[in-house]
Ligand binder design. Structure first.
Ligand SMILES: [Mg+2]
Length: 335
């Protein structure tokens, strides 16, 4: 059997099954944005790790080293945010081709350090090794939260509303700009910036997790058609999503129209926006949104509802149910 036949998530399932015999009370293993390890009587640790490989996750001649350092940490902080936890320290391991300039590596660390300072997350260790050809970056982040307060993918409840904390599609729009080498207009550069400098919603995640009516959370790394499905599978629910309600930036709308991009694909299957996808009690939405808006100066965008059923997303457009063939990003799937 070839790897592409089972895909990234089929492969992860095989690994998880092997370790099913080693589960311990209070621990949460493979299958959420972070693992959970009990810390003390009142707190849990949450831990995540993410690997970035040159030419797979980033194009070295397109992303600046400062942006690369930022992004390597940001994608991990985003997973901590998705648990509703506070990041407390990071680990960084790099595989480096020997001819890499030290100044380049210094700039990678400048971007990493700037974001570390922003969220007060010290670098606590890691590893450096020689790589034959490609720059490889692995980051791990440890976070903390009150015991039992971490938000899991399995927590969505029927009738919850589904919200996102920011625009979708800007990052994949930026990737399109890069891949098609579009001119450096203000709008195009904005989209590329969204792709290279994602802002993890750490403070938003912490704020949301303080409210018991917030149920499941996940960060949008692979596109909502894939990330929402993770919540639905873990929670054994389905969802009704109104494509017209998905928040889209004016910049993306404009560029997508001028370039004849499939906007629907970008906002449903485009990844790396690193906003949070959240489900919460419908009755509390107004109150939560008022508080959220006061705290962050922006809305929680309501895009649909959790409904009964087994792990299916029903898409609505212009009040009609439509069939979407988009799937989010999945390593090992054939293009
Ligand atoms: Mg995640």
């Amino acid at each position: 059997m070839k790897l592409h036949e089972i895909g990234e998530f089929g492969y992860i399932d095989r690994i998880a099954k092997r370790f099913e015999d080693m589960s311990s009370p209070g621990f949460l293993g493979i299958g959420d944005d972070c693992a959970i390890i009990p810390c003390n009587d009142s707190e849990d640790y949450v831990i995540t790790t993410d690997l970035l490989i040159e030419d797979i996750h980033f194009l070295k001649d397109r992303i600046t080293p400062v942006e690369l350092g930022h992004k390597a940490l940001a994608v991990n902080l985003s997973d901590i945010a998705a648990m509703g936890a506070k990041p407390v320290g990071s680990f960084l391991s790099v595989g480096i081709p020997a001819e890499t300039k030290v100044e380049y590596l210094d700039d990678v660390m400048l971007g990493y350090h700037n974001l570390s300072r922003k969220y007060n997350v010290p670098l606590l260790g890691g590893d450096t090794t020689k790589s034959k050809e490609y720059l490889t970056i692995n980051v791990g982040v440890v976070g903390k939260c009150l015991k039992g307060s971490a938000r899991l993918r399995s927590m969505a409840q029927e009738d919850d509303v589904v919200c996102v904390t920011g625009f979708l599609g800007d990052s994949s729009g930026g990737l399109e700009v890069l891949l098609h080498q579009l001119p450096e207009t203000k709008d195009n550069l904005h989209l590329v910036r969204c792709h290279h400098l994602p802002e993890p919603h750490v403070n938003e995640g912490l704020w949301l997790a303080k409210h018991s009516v917030i149920h499941a959370m996940i960060d949008v790394s692979d596109g909502i058609s894939s990330d929402l499905l993770h919540i639905l599978k873990a929670s054994r629910k389905s969802a009704l999503i109104d494509i017209d309600k998905i928040p889209v930036s004016e910049t993306l709308r404009k560029v997508a129209l001028s370039q004849d991009w499939d906007l629907e694909r970008l906002i449903t299957a485009g990844g790396e926006d690193y906003v949070l996808l959240v489900t919460l009690e419908a009755n509390s939405f107004k109150e939560i949104n008022t508080g959220y808006k006061a705290a962050f100066g922006k809305d929680l965008y309501q895009i649909g509802n959790i409904i009964a059923g087994e792990s299916c997303i029903k898409w609505i457009r212009n009040n009609d149910e439509i069939v979407l063939h988009q799937i989010g990003f999945n390593h090992f799937n054939k293009a």
